[in-house]
Design a protein around this ligand. Structure first.
Ligand code: AMP
Length: 216
C-alpha cells in the first residue's frame, strides 16, 4: 500500500499523515521532518540540505530521491508526506517502486487556498525537541512556549516566517502543483477540501484509503 499526500505547505499533510499512518499501520515518510532531524544532528545530509530549507527552496531532486530510495522496502506500506515534490521526483519514485515490485495505490491532493495556507504557516509553532505542532490561534500549549508532551521549547520554524513561507508557496505552485495533473493522468488522484476541521479531513481521507483496500 503506497499512498501519497500532496498539498501546499500548511495544507495539513503532516497532521493527517501522523493520524492515518497510526490508524492504518503505514510507515510515515515525511521528507521535511527527516531533513530537519538531519540538520539538527549536523550529518552530511543535514549539511547539504540546510541552506535549502532555510531559504524555502527545494533540496535537489537527486539527494531526495536517493534518500527515499534507501527507505522503501518491497513489501512495505507507506504514507508519503512531502515527497514527491517535483515531476523528476515523481518519476524517480515510479522507478524506485518498479525496482521493488510495487506501485502507488492512491494520491490525495489536499486543496487549500494560498491565503489560508499562509495564515496557517505563519501561526504554526513547533516543539524544538519532539516536533509536536501547535498554533497561535487554535492550539496553544498549556504553558506558554513549553511543549505539553516533553517540556521542550515551542518555537516558530525559521521557514514559517512570512517571507520564506511565501517563497515556499511560490515553489509549490511552480514545481509541485504540476504533480496534480501528472497523477490525475494516471487516474490515481483524489481531492479533499483541506479547509475543514482536521477531524473532517481525516474522515474523508480514511474513506479514500479504505476504498483502496487498506485495513485500519
Ligand atoms: P516540509 O516540512 O514538508 O514543509 O519541508 C520543509 C523543507 O524541506 C522544504 O521547504 C524543502 O526545503 C525541504 N524538502 C522537504 N521535502 C522535500 C522534497 N521532497 N524535495 C525537496 N525538498 C524537500
Amino acid at each position: 500500500m503506497i499512498c501519497i499526500l500532496l498539498g501546499s505547505p500548511g495544507s495539513g499533510k503532516g497532521t493527517q499523515a501522523k493520524r492515518l499512518s497510526a490508524k492504518y499501520g503505514l510507515q510515515h515518510i515525511a521528507t521535511g521532518d527527516i531533513f530537519r532531524a538531519e540538520i539538527a544532528k549536523q550529518t552530511e545530509l543535514g549539511k547539504k540540505a540546510q541552506e535549502y530549507l532555510k531559504s524555502g527552496k527545494l533540496v535537489p531532486d537527486k539527494v531526495v530521491v536517493e534518500m527515499v530510495a534507501g527507505m522503501i522496502r518491497p513489501s512495505g506500506k507507506y504514507l508519503l508526506d512531502g515527497f514527491p515534490r517535483t515531476l523528476d521526483q515523481a518519476q524517480g519514485l515510479t522507478q524506485i517502486l518498479q525496482g521493488a515490485g510495487a506501485a502507488v495505490d492512491l494520491v490525495v491532493y489536499l486543496r487549500l487556498a494560498q491565503s489560508e495556507a499562509l495564515r496557517r504557516m505563519t501561526s504554526r509553532r513547533v516543539c524544538s525537541t519532539c516536533g509536536e505542532v501547535y498554533n497561535t490561534v487554535y492550539r496553544q500549549p498549556k504553558q506558554n512556549g513549553i511543549c505539553d508532551l516533553d517540556g521542550g521549547k515551542v518555537v516558530q520554524r525559521e521557514d514559517d516566517q512570512d517571507a520564506t513561507a511565501q517563497k515556499r508557496l511560490m515553489v509549490f505552485e511552480d514545481l509541485t502543483q504540476p504533480l496534480v495533473a501528472y497523477y490525475r493522468g494516471d487516474q490515481l488522484l483524489q481531492e479533499v477540501d483541506a479547509n475543514q476541521t482536521p477531524d473532517a479531513v481525516e474522515a474523508e481521507l480514511a474513506k479514500l484509503i479504505d476504498a483502496v483496500g487498506a485495513k485500519p
